[in-house]
Design a protein around this ligand. Structure first.
Ligand code: AP5
Length: 224
């Protein structure tokens, strides 16, 4: 079976985390989400977590050298040897170059960059309605994917919370940062023939079906 080394690109709230959870089940690759790693570090009050907090709460990017060191260490884990699904990394050209250098050094090559795209007004509506279980990690939306009991997680009954950086003014800043610093990666991966675009405005199960079909085709082609 050929290895799948994948990244998910797209604006905040486009549905990267939602799709990643489904795709890791389909393809058995680990879901490596920089935002989740940073939030866990913050919760554990590690040096990394303390450093990242100010940037995250402002909607700014954590400095490249910090994020690159964190992700390269994570990619050296045994579970990433046969493939991975990166969510939230890379977010700058420098991060993309670091990833490509690391893969080259191990004789690997990115399989695809999966862009889930959606306009700003849609992602703002999604982010403002997002609620998360702090214990199970399950993500909901108050209108588009509500829990069975309002405010409570279906998995473990915990009280759902809103992410600190999901406040309206921080969301606007995150979108600005995305357009200025991360959007150039679309051309970067397009030039390298690695970009696959998906319409993130469709319902989650349709987006999932489209990505799964593309990855199944890609894997078949690579194994020929
Ligand atoms: P991070 O946690 O990566 O946040 P993000 O990229 O802004 O993405 P989100 O988690 O907000 O959205 P998502 O696309 O995963 O959407 P979701 O599936 O949850 O980063 C946070 C911060 O960490 C950054 O601001 C930065 O400070 C720092 N950071 C992280 N990585 C970094 C890096 N590489 N470099 C530097 N700094 C870094 O969906 C959103 C909502 O919509 C949910 O409620 C969901 O239920 C709903 N939904 C999903 N799909 C659909 C659909 N198709 N239709 C309707 N509703 C949907």
């Amino acid at each position: 079976m050929s290895e799948l080394d994948l990244i998910l690109l797209g604006p905040p709230g486009a549905g990267k985390g939602t799709q990643a959870s489904l795709l890791t089940e389909d393809f058995g690759v680990p879901h490596i989400a920089t935002g989740n790693m940073l939030r866990a570090a913050r919760e554990a009050q590690t040096e990394l977590g303390k450093l990242a907090t100010g940037y995250m709460d402002r909607g700014a990017l954590v400095p490249d050298e910090v994020i690159i060191a964190m992700i390269l260490e994570r990619l050296s884990g045994d579970d990433a040897r046969d493939g991975f699904l990166l969510d939230g990394f890379p977010r700058t050209i420098e991060q993309a170059d670091a990833l490509s250098g690391e893969l080259d050094g191990h004789g690997r090559r990115l399989t695809a960059a999966l862009l889930i795209d959606a306009p700003d007004d849609i992602v703002v509506a999604r982010i403002s309605g997002r609620r998360i279980s702090p214990t199970s990690g399950r993500v909901y939306h108050i209108d588009f994917d509500p829990p069975k009991t309002a405010g409570r997680c279906d998995v473990d009954g915990s009280e759902l919370v809103q992410r600190d950086d999901d406040r309206a003014e921080t969301v606007r800043k995150r979108l600005e940062v995305y357009h200025a610093q991360t959007e150039p990666l679309i051309a970067y991966y397009e030039e390298r023939g690695l970009l696959w675009r998906f319409d993130g405005t469709l319902p989650p199960e349709q987006v999932h079906g489209h990505i799964r079909a593309a990855l199944t085709t890609l894997r078949l082609e690579e194994s020929l």
